[in-house]
Design a binder for this molecule. Structure first.
Ligand code: C5P
Length: 397
């Protein structure tokens, strides 16, 4: 990916994370971009304009007028020049001014004049970030169409730990790259995704199933679609809709999902098996509803096909295969065993121990395990988790 030829206005505000702006500039320039810094008066207390102009090879803009010769710094011209504006770090104060249009410095006037997409990377202490006014300002700015690059949890300059730490420079630049190259990164790639539960019929009204909502698999399908892939989504029984350009195949049982997956994997560059497939089916499906009786009911259960293992067997050299593991105990060991048994390239582990994640939830907390390494991620919205997983896939495809 690249930022070749892109013109970026980088807004810097008064946060300790301002020193990381240097790394953002270097990364942008390395990727072929031109960077113009606009800094607030408080920003200059944290990092000097000399450092920034040395890195960008351009004078740093801070005041409405250049003090030496009275030249007017035109925020309107900057708004027209830029392909993107990135404000990193962005303080609570600047967020508030942006949300309400308090144009009392050059950065805000530039923001208000900006014709190009705006990316905001907040950085502040955890309580300031969690405050309802900060959250409301972020919502407002998001509703105005700005792109929020969420801060991460971690060590803060105050000595406290929590959410508020600016996203790492490399990831911030990646967000810009994805934006500019979003139609290109998976263009020409065919990706197969399974999602949701499967239902194994007991009789016409009852089934064996599980709590899977399909949200994670659908988020993955949308993310691949956004990056230009040709997506086939094999969905178990879920109440979700997807973009009309995604080729959706609705199935109910493991057997139906198995046939659809084997057929479609042949021409795919990658498959992500996110479905929570039922592991057992009844030996026999009753044609009529089974009557309730005082002796109860004993069902003979048989194993279903293991779709992941079947695709692992037919996998060709250039194909990528990704699985999921949901574990309650010995999580990493079990996930690594599955990775090997099913011939997966990497496996996404979610744990039932993480509250407010997995089944039905909008959030997920994952680790990605491969033969090479294990990477732990924070709890995030499933759309953001999908981005992390597809970033990992892109390294291999
Ligand atoms: O063995 P287990 O069900 O825990 O493995 C999970 C992984 O295998 C997931 O990627 C899931 O989609 C896939 N799987 C499958 N077919 C099954 C069971 C699981 O494709 N019958």
């Amino acid at each position: 990916m690249t930022l070749q030829g892109k013109k970026i206005v980088l807004g810097i505000t008064g946060s300790i994370a301002a020193y990381k702006a240097c790394l953002i500039i270097r990364e942008c320039i390395k990727k072929g971009a031109e960077v113009q810094v606009v800094i607030t008066p408080a920003g200059k207390e944290f990092i000097t304009p000399i450092t920034l102009s040395a890195l960008t090879h351009k004078p740093v803009i801070s005041d409405f007028f250049a003090q030496r010769d009275g030249t007017w710094n035109s925020h309107v011209d900057l708004g027209l020049w830029a392909d993107a504006m990135l404000i990193a770090p962005c303080t609570a104060s600047t967020l508030g001014k942006m949300a309400t249009g308090v144009a009392d410095n050059m950065l805000i006037t530039t923001y208000l004049s900006m014709k190009a997409p705006v990316f905001i990377a907040p950085a502040m202490d955890l309580d300031m970030f969690a405050h309802p006014s900060t959250q409301a300002n972020l919502k407002t700015l998001e509703n105005y169409g700005n792109h929020i690059i969420q801060p991460q949890s971690g060590f803060l300059a105050s000595g406290l730990e929590g959410k508020g730490r600016m996203e790492e420079p490399e990831k911030i630049v990646q967000a810009l790259e994805h934006f500019f190259n979003k139609d290109l990164t998976l263009k020409g790639k065919k990706i197969l995704i399974t999602a949701g539960p499967t239902y194994e019929k007991i009789d016409p009204v009852r089934f064996i199933g599980n709590y899977s909502s399909g949200k994670m698999g659908f988020a993955l399908a949308e993310e691949c679609h956004k990056r230009g892939a040709e997506v086939t989504l094999i969905a178990g029984p879920v109440s979700l809709s997807c973009s009309k350009d995604i080729h959706r195949i609705d199935v109910e049982s493991c057997e139906e999902m198995y046939h659809a997956a084997v057929d479609n994997y042949k021409n795919a560059d990658a498959a992500i098996l996110c479905a929570a497939v039922a592991d057992f089916k009844t030996a026999k499906t009753e044609k009529k509803k089974i009557k309730r009786g005082k002796d109860g009911l004993t069902l003979e259960l048989l194993p279903t096909q293991d779709i992941a293992a079947a695709l692992g067997k037919i996998k060709k050299k250039k194909q990528v295969l990704v699985g999921f593991a949901l574990e309650t105990n010995d999580e990493r060991d079990n996930a690594m065993k599955k990775l090997r048994k099913k011939n997966l390239d990497f496996i996404v582990l979610n744990s039932m121990r993480n509250k407010g994640t997995c089944f039905q939830s909008d959030d997920n907390q994952i680790s990605i395990l491969s033969e090479k390494d294990i990477v732990d991620y924070e709890k995030k919205n499933k759309n953001e988790v999908a981005r992390d997983i597809i970033d990992e896939l892109e390294k291999r495809i």
